[in-house]
Design a protein around this ligand. Structure first.
Ligand code: GAR
Length: 225
């Protein structure tokens, strides 16, 4: 039987607080609470994983606002349950991507957000947002970038025949899915996988790495709670 040590396939490795620092950007003045504005379009399982990591003490942050763009997105149910304020900015109500992003920026600034976290945000963002929060916009993408950029990344990987795929947390730049990589986890494509089983295993890793990647990006020390 094949076994798969998934934790060996996360990079940079997750180390307990107090352990040797594995990452050169870890900031010794660590663990100042940061305000995260989260953007989501769908189910919001990554949004919830981040909020749960805050509740468990793994990540020292607050989420003053969730922005979602689909009135029917079920992420709003999670936000209600978790007590996170939310606002819908329906992209259909804006003539251009830039106007949507300008509205997003205004909301984020009004909630005094420090960092922007795209958690299943299915719209291309423009320099209007990216330049309002320079080097402080993160995204999670369901592939091992730079492979399989763009939409339907899991399908792209599945259909390509690769044996290992994964997920990536990266900085957002104007070129889609191309900013500096913060953290990745590898996920095997098993012979009996369907798209659904692969996606389910991939999301487990997303939920594990996104809170840690945020901590790394903002310069907090990381824990493996
Ligand atoms: C996640 O798998 C994320 O990687 C993907 O959307 C899903 C959202 O799930 N993002 C992209 O494809 C961005 N190009 P969630 O709503 O349950 O967090």
């Amino acid at each position: 039987m094949t076994t798969w040590d998934q934790d060996a396939l996360i990079s940079p490795p997750i180390r307990p607080i107090g352990g040797p620092s594995e990452h050169p950007t870890v900031n010794p003045i660590a663990n100042q609470s940061i305000r995260l504005g989260i953007m989501a379009s769908g189910s919001g399982s990554n949004f919830e994983a981040i909020v749960q990591a805050i509740h468990s003490g793994q990540l020292n942050a607050e989420v003053p606002i969730l922005i979602y763009n689909n009135p029917t997105a079920t992420v709003v149910e999670r936000a209600k349950r978790l007590g996170i304020p939310s606002i819908c900015l329906d992209h259909r109500q804006f003539a251009t991507r830039e106007l949507l992003d300008q509205a997003i920026v205004e909301v984020l600034l009004s909630y005094q957000v420090d960092w922007v976290v795209m958690a299943g945000w299915m719209r291309i963002v423009t320099p209007v947002l990216i330049h309002a929060f320079p080097n402080r916009v993160l995204n999670i993408h369901p592939s091992l970038l730079p492979s399989f950029k763009g939409s339907k990344a899991i399908e792209q990987a599945f259909e390509s025949g690769v044996k290992i795929t994964g997920c990536t947390v990266h900085h957002v730049v104007t070129e889609v899915d191309s900013g500096d990589i913060v953290m990745q986890a590898a996920v095997p494509v098993l012979t009996n996988d369907t798209l659904e089983t692969l996606q389910a295993r991939l999301q487990i890793q997303e939920h594990k790495i996104y809170p840690v990647a945020i901590a790394i990006a903002v310069g907090q020390r990381i824990s493996e709670n």
